[in-house]
Design a protein around this ligand. Structure first.
Ligand SMILES: [Zn+2]
Ligand SMILES: [Zn+2]
Length: 175
């Protein structure tokens, strides 16, 4: 869905959309949707600004990624509000020297006649996901000795210090 600034000049643009997995491209981000993404809210052009747009709403979706520890599936249910500000990027294009000060870090930019709701949601979802992506806080990870998933099987491997294992291997290879 395209959020047209031209339309916002006349009225607030309301949206209530559902995106099925695959409709928004997360393939470059090592995450995917587990189910439909629902989003609703309103986009408006702020008065007395140079084309600043505010997009406020709610989104709910479950995302999934590979667990950082066990490589299994880690799920991240998101159900949250958002309140975002976008400014036309032409001001920057004209004056490339302009530095963006830190206070503006939360400000997004749009080019042309508006922005795609899909892009807005994708960006927001990526920001909401935790840096450390684990299937559960107490995920036991993968056994470094046998490679088994310790959440599924409890192996009897004893973790020896890495140096000892290497010297054991050397002994074997010397025969
Ligand atoms: Zn895990
Ligand atoms: Zn093991």
């Amino acid at each position: 869905m395209f959020l047209s600034v031209k339309e916002m000049e006349v009225r607030k643009v309301r949206f209530e959309e559902t995106f099925q997995p695959g409709e928004i491209d997360f393939s470059a981000d090592a995450v995917k949707q587990s189910g439909p993404l629902r989003a609703e809210g309103v986009a408006e052009l702020l008065a007395n600004t140079d084309g600043e747009v505010r997009i406020k709403g709610l989104l709910s979706v479950t995302m999934e990624a590979e667990c950082d520890r066990c490589l299994g599936r880690a799920q991240f249910p998101l159900d949250t509000g958002f309140d975002l500000f976008y400014r036309p990027s032409k001001a920057l294009a004209v004056e490339p020297e302009v530095a963006i000060d830190e206070g503006e870090a939360e400000m997004g930019f749009y080019t042309g006649l508006g922005m795609g709701l899909e892009d807005v949601l994708r960006e927001q979802i990526l920001l909401l996901l935790p840096m450390q992506r684990v299937c559960s806080a107490d995920c036991k990870g993968i056994c470094p000795v046998c490679g088994g998933n310790r959440n599924e099987t409890s192996c009897d491997c004893r973790e020896e210090p890495a140096n000892d294992r290497w010297s054991a291997l050397r002994k074997i290879s010397r025969g």
